[in-house]
Design a protein around this ligand. Structure first.
Ligand code: SF4
Length: 310
């Protein structure tokens, strides 16, 4: 219908342009044709990514992505430009998460059982070479060991594992999935996110870590009420990859919003991000993850992107 025409045109403009850029980026093209730079400039301050009546669905990781760089978020959400590095990396994440879920579900789980499960999962995977597979297998086993040691010492009660949630705020809908929810000794919810990445979150950024903040906000909004969890008691990243300590998992904890100087910060964050996503300016913001950005070669804030010869 007529009402959808503008949105359709906008969507196809975004998709074509962003798709083109993402393909170039994937092909590792460092220099690109000037029309692409024009295109990305146009895209940076083009029309809104959401039509006026369209619900704005955001996930905790998207809030984080948008906060980090609006342009990368836009391109990733328009064309699904590869996030998180090559496939083996995300496969590793999936393996560790699968084992972690099993460990959480079964209190009496023993290490032999977990090792067997890891072997089973491994057999289902395809790797480039057996050498590579062997290396990755060792790395996954180390991560799993760290996770299990952390799990054994963790005093909280595990309440939910790999659970999806949805909170409807009217136009804004928060949708996400948690690795696990726990109940602490005060009956509060502690949301756990397992990370297999190689970089830890800088200490001074933890208190306002967007993804953890949105989890805690979701708790406040009743996302886990069915488990009797209504008050956030903090959220934690459990680092088991290279960002962990050598011998054990590293816990990175965000305190409950009630303990923050501004207890309303997660609410405000969601509002700012939702408004930004629905807006018409998408800012490319240099950040420490630019290195791994799939659209870096097309990015106007980087030299290889900004300098376009005539
Ligand atoms: S290279 Fe950096 S600034 Fe440019 S789009 Fe990617 S994340 Fe944003």
């Amino acid at each position: 219908g007529g009402a959808r025409t503008g949105r359709g045109r906008r969507a196809s403009f975004s998709r074509t342009t962003a798709g083109h850029l993402a393909r170039l980026a994937r092909a590792g093209v460092r220099g690109a044709r000037p029309e692409n730079w024009y295109a990305i400039t146009a895209l940076s301050d083009g029309g809104p990514a959401f039509a006026e009546d369209e619900p704005i669905t955001i996930s905790p990781s998207q809030v984080e992505a948008f906060t980090t760089c609006g342009l990368r978020w836009l391109l990733a959400s328009a064309v699904g430009a590869q996030e998180g590095g090559p496939n083996e990396y995300s496969t590793m994440g999936k393996v560790v998460h699968a084992v972690a879920e099993m460990a959480g579900a079964d209190d009496g789980v023993d290490e032999v059982h977990v090792a067997q499960r890891l072997d089973e999962i491994w057999k289902d995977l395809e790797f480039r070479s057996s050498w590579y597979s062997e290396k990755q297998r060792e790395q996954a086993a180390r991560m799993v060991d760290k996770f299990l040691a952390w799990h054994r010492d963790n005093p909280n009660e595990v309440v939910a594992l790999e659970e999806s949630f949805k909170v409807d705020l009217g136009r804004v809908v928060i949708k996400g999935r948690i690795d696990r929810a726990e109940r602490d000794d005060q009956g509060r919810a502690v949301i756990i996110d397992i990370k297999t990445s190689s970089t830890a979150v800088p200490k001074d950024e933890l208190a306002r870590h967007p993804q953890l903040g949105v989890y805690q906000y979701a708790v406040m909004l009743g996302a886990f009420e069915r488990h009797g969890l209504i008050e956030p008691g903090g959220a934690k990243l459990i680092q088991v990859g290279k960002a962990a300590f050598t011998a054990k998992a590293r816990e990175q904890e965000q305190p409950p919003p009630a303990e923050d100087a501004d207890p309303e910060w997660p609410k405000r964050l969601v509002e700012i991000v939702a408004t930004g996503m629905a807006g018409d300016v998408f800012q490319a913001r240099a950040n420490d993850k630019c290195r791994t950005c799939p659209v870096r070669s097309c990015c106007p804030v980087h030299d290889e992107g900004g300098q376009v010869g005539d």
